[in-house]
Design a protein around this ligand. Structure first.
Ligand code: AKG
Ligand code: FE2
Length: 716
């Protein structure tokens, strides 16, 4: 509950009256059409408003139309698509706009704008209008609305949709004037009902000369027709295709509850993203950040720790690497996992002074232009992430992050009917980078940048609790969407990845050591030497010493883990490790299986040591089997050395866990037959040698300090 509340505060501005249905009146004459392809910067016309009193309509302005936005700046009183029928305001606005139209034969296209996408231009539209051989053509609908009792009164059509949609129509000025002349309704009366009544009245229908675009040649209303519409990629452009009637509608309308689908189509149509060009809008309307630190917008970064998460210390190390002036970055750390208290505390102790700590997210009293929300399981590999996101200049944008080798990401391409995950057709292509761009999506989690106005303006925390079934991220996204704010995700850069938090055990001292299965990429970055893969590639194998193993700094994890376990044994006891009649030479040690690390250690041997074996001993293939793998401790006053012996192995690897000359003096392995001593194995390097016969060997005396080695008898 505490978490839910905290999340609620983090995500909730208060609701405002919805401004639905600004409209767009397009007056066209053939003369005004220029021979130019349709190209508007943003075909999904959508309003955004940040203040209750007036709606700011963001609309597309195409130069070749004479385009008039009706109701711009005026408060919308026409209802919402979620509530009762409305839309009368549109008729009133049209009626008065028509007063200014002098030419009776002017062709006027009337469409809703905020949920409409043009997929082609006026030339095609006019041609199709003329082919319809009527003076007024309305868009058609599958579903009858708002009055289904009128169904029988509708004329039958041979093929196609029978009902009228008021969201789009085209006609001559004089006929439209006749059509709206009788309007005396209120702003929240239904425009659709008004037009429907004219249409089903045979006389009116005839005198105004109305028909329906039944087969969606001009207008596609998506409500009730989602299955009929697919994207059609043409040469350098994208259209919607109605597969039921095999038509290519010019205007696509996300009417009713199909807003997410129109957003989806709007990611492509008409030329937003094409196979030939890739993304054409990704570099528009940018907000370049100059080199001047003072001009970087103030950002509150919220860091959320909601469950035990691996590599939290690495997360904080990365945070320090983020390229953004720290003077412009405030931190809000919300940790609800006691296990991580120490990590947060030690980060703050060391770096508090560099950042501004804040106790709130990005609300009225905090100086911030953006809120950058990052959950701690996000691996921010790209140090420019924040800068890149700000430069995209969106209200809400997230960097795409995925789990390595999986299709799991921090965004959903579509929602199911009940609001959960659904896979969009393009999801896999976006995740795998075959389609690159900025995508308007219905759901984002884990990491995103949101403009402070979005958080400040609206949602009330209490609203979230009205749907206790919805998880906080889902509730947050739906609130953002309800504000008319598009949520974008970009895969234009490689930003990083998301950790797997499943099965993360916190019972060890250094739990990250156990993450080789769950988070192999992060495990490798943390524990394997950065030159490992280079050495494997370059085919450089130094005869005795091979760099194979753990990053020197992190080796203390294994030592500390053993010391923490504490039950060193061996020494005087009988040790079963030597078989076959050789003398027992037990060491003071702790076995990997004693700390439940044998599976992980095997994986490590298999992944990182076996390939080296194949270079060292050509023709010998190992599956890195072992019965015995352990950490040995040598001390002058405990066990200082190991007498000559053979190992119960085909080959042995012996990793130096700490530093000769610093942590201890002396030590090393001596091979008696060759009188060869390896006495200064660098920390993190492994000695690899055959176990029997030819490599009779001993452990040399440790004269001061404590020497630790990790020994594995491979292929016993
Ligand atoms: O001390 C060394 O380096 C040799 C250890 C060894 O041979 C063993 O543990 O079997
Ligand atoms: Fe040995």
């Amino acid at each position: 509950m505490r978490l839910a509340k905290e999340l609620a505060t983090r995500v909730t501005p208060a609701p405002t009256a919805l401004c639905v249905g600004p409209l767009l009146l397009v007056r066209m004459t053939l003369l005004q059409i220029r021979k130019r392809n349709v190209r508007c910067p943003n075909y999904a016309l959508r309003w955004r408003h940040l203040d209750d009193s007036k709606c700011l309509f963001v609309y597309c302005f195409c130069l070749f139309f004479l385009l008039q936005v009706l109701g711009r700046g005026e408060k919308w009183n026409g209802g919402s698509y979620l509530s009762a029928p409305g839309g009368g305001q549109k008729v009133r606005l049209l009626k008065s706009a028509l007063d200014d139209v002098k030419e009776e034969d002017k062709i006027i296209l009337f469409i809703d704008s905020y949920d409409v996408v043009f997929s082609s231009g006026p030339k095609e539209l006019l041609k199709k209008f003329q082919q319809a051989r009527h003076k007024v053509v309305f868009s058609s609908e599958t579903l009858i609305w708002p009055d289904r009792h009128l169904e029988d009164k509708h004329p039958h059509v041979r093929e196609g949709k029978r009902f009228l949609g008021a969201g789009g129509y085209i006609g001559y000025a004089s006929n439209l004037r006749e059509m709206v002349s009788d309007w005396s309704g209120k702003d929240d009366d239904s425009d659709q009902l008004y037009y429907t009544k004219l249409y089903i009245d045979p006389e009116k229908r005839k005198s105004i000369n109305i028909t329906l675009d039944s087969k969606c040649r001009m207008f596609q209303n998506l409500h009730g027709a989602l299955d009929e519409v697919v994207l059609k990629f043409e040469d350098g452009r994208v259209r919607a295709r109605n597969v039921m009637y095999d038509t290519l509608p010019v205007i696509v309308h996300g009417n009713g509850p199909t807003k997410l689908q129109i957003n989806y189509l709007g990611n492509y149509i008409p030329k937003v993203w094409t196979f030939e060009t890739g993304c054409t809008v990704c570099n528009e309307d940018l907000r370049p950040l100059s080199g001047l630190k003072s001009e970087y917008p103030p950002v509150v970064m919220g860091i959320f720790i909601q469950q035990p998460t691996p590599f939290v210390t690495v997360f904080f190390e990365r945070l320090l690497q983020l390229r953004y002036p720290k003077s412009r970055l405030s931190l809000f750390i919300y940790n609800q996992e006691p296990h991580h208290d120490q990590h947060v505390r030690s980060f703050l102790e060391d770096h508090d002074a560099e950042y501004q700590a804040v106790n709130d997210m990005c609300r009225a009293d905090v100086d911030c232009e953006y809120f950058f929300s990052v959950d701690v399981e996000v691996v921010l590999k790209n140090e420019d992430t924040l800068k890149i996101l700000i430069e995209h200049n969106k209200m809400f944008i997230a960097p795409m992050m995925n789990k390595p080798g999986r299709l799991w990401t921090n965004f959903w391409g579509a929602l199911s009917a009940d609001g959960y995950y659904a896979r969009s057709e393009d999801y896999v292509d976006i995740v795998q980078g075959r389609r690159v761009g900025i995508w308007n999506v219905p759901y984002v989690s884990l990491v995103y940048l949101v403009r402070a106005d979005v958080l400040r303006s609206e949602l009330k925390a209490a609203d979230l609790f009205q749907s206790p079934t919805l998880d906080p991220d889902m509730a947050f996204c739906s609130k953002v969407r309800d504000q008319g704010v598009f949520m974008y995700v970009t895969n234009m850069y490689n930003f990083g990845r998301v950790l797997n938090t499943e099965n993360y055990q916190t019972k060890h001292l250094h739990n990250d050591l156990w993450q080789i299965f769950e988070n192999p990429v992060d495990w490798e970055e943390r524990y394997i030497h950065e030159n490992y893969s280079k050495i494997m590639k370059d085919d450089v194998v130094i005869i005795v010493q091979i760099m194979s193993s753990l990053r020197p700094f992190q080796l203390r994890h294994l030592i500390e883990e053993m010391e923490n376990y504490g039950q060193w044994s061996g020494g005087g006891n009988v040790d079963t490790r030597i078989q076959g009649g050789y003398e027992n030479v037990p060491t003071i040690d702790i076995h990997m299986n004693q700390i439940n690390f044998q599976k992980e250690w095997h994986k490590f041997l298999l992944e990182y040591v076996a390939p080296v074996t194949e270079k060292m001993f050509p023709g010998y293939y190992t599956r890195a089997q072992f019965d015995l793998a352990f950490v040995v401790r040598y001390k002058p006053d405990e066990q200082p050395l190991l007498r000559p012996h053979h190992d119960a192995s085909t080959f042995t690897i012996n990793v130096a866990l700490n530093q000769v000359g610093v942590d201890f003096q002396g030590g090393g392995s001596r091979f008696l037959r060759y009188n060869c001593s390896v006495q200064a194995t660098k920390q993190g390097w492994a000695l690899m040698h055959p176990g029997r016969l030819t490599h009779y060997h001993e452990g040399l005396r440790t004269t001061a300090g404590t020497r630790y080695i990790a020994v594995s008898f491979v292929d016993p």
